[in-house]
Design a protein around this ligand. Sequence first.
Ligand code: FAQ
Length: 313
Amino acid sequence: MEDVNKLEAFQAKIDREEKIEPKDWMPADYRKHLIRQISQHAHSEVVGMQPEGQWISRAPSLRAKVVLLAKVQDEAGHGLYLYSAAESLSISRDELLEQLHTEKAKYSSIFNYPTLTWADMGAVGWLVDGAAIVNQVSLQRTSYGPYSRGMVRICKEESFHQRQGYEVISDMALGSPEQKQMAQDALNRMWWPSLMMFGPHDADSPNTGNATKWKIKRETNDELRQKFIDKTVQQAEVIGLTIPDPDLKWNEERGHYDFGKIDWSELKEVIHGCGPCNKQRLNHHRKAHEEGAWVREAANAYAQKQRDKKKVA
Ligand code: FAQ
């Protein structure tokens, strides 16, 4: 009976648009759902540093290098905000990383594609950050306080990322015929994987039901995907690039673009470890984590020393 009352009070709080905070009572499934989503979001930010990190040493100018470096550092920061939000739900950072390394936890499918040319740095910022913002703007209103507040800050930085990418792709698209071809090729390769970032169709999305009831998700996978398409098509037109979808067409009645069929078998394969770079990305993360063990040990030893000092004083 007590739990039924608590559950009703919890749902009423959500329905009143009040945030749930770490010390509030919450059903175990809400906690589990949030840990899953927030940690996967954090892993995506951190693994997402790899495809861009590879280009820092190959950026075509000092300005481009500095800007890309700043962007990749921001992504590490986003990972940290998100890991902290997940930790506020009583799970340790070690457990979260263990789940990533044992492939129990996922990260966004998009980061399992290679970045082959400098134009891909444009496509990642323009499309991948562009898609991430559409999703994250919506998540600013998520019901869990620490996640919502983290999103507000992340969105501010993410808009800078999207502009960085659009600048790179615009410069290429409006440059020499060879550069324009590179920009078009990057768009051709990244377009469909970017649409897959929003997850399966609503009808095939097992987590959407609870996520909507608990206001973790404020818009569904399909609604967000449509928003992203509608705003990105015009951006491609401005710089003279063609979206690689022959079925893309403005639908006056719906007030949205109609678009072609997404290859869901490709998303399934990538999610289940068989994308072009899955093994490479995870192995790199595991290796970096092992090599960083001494830093964690040193930081813990230092923190312990400070605690001991306080005790004596
Ligand atoms: N990739 O029932 P649903 C970024 C999984 S941040 C991999 O629809 P849900 C910044 C899903 O987890 C990008 N797995 O799931 C940046 C679930 O499996 P599970 C990350 C996917 O949670 C830019 C299963 O399929 N953003 O890019 C994908 O309701 C540039 C069934 O799916 C976030 O994480 C996928 N694409 O909706 C960094 C935002 N789609 O967990 C560097 C927060 C689905 O039951 C460079 N997350 N799955 O084993 C979300 O909004 C949601 O979790 C969705 C999925 C929309 C991703």
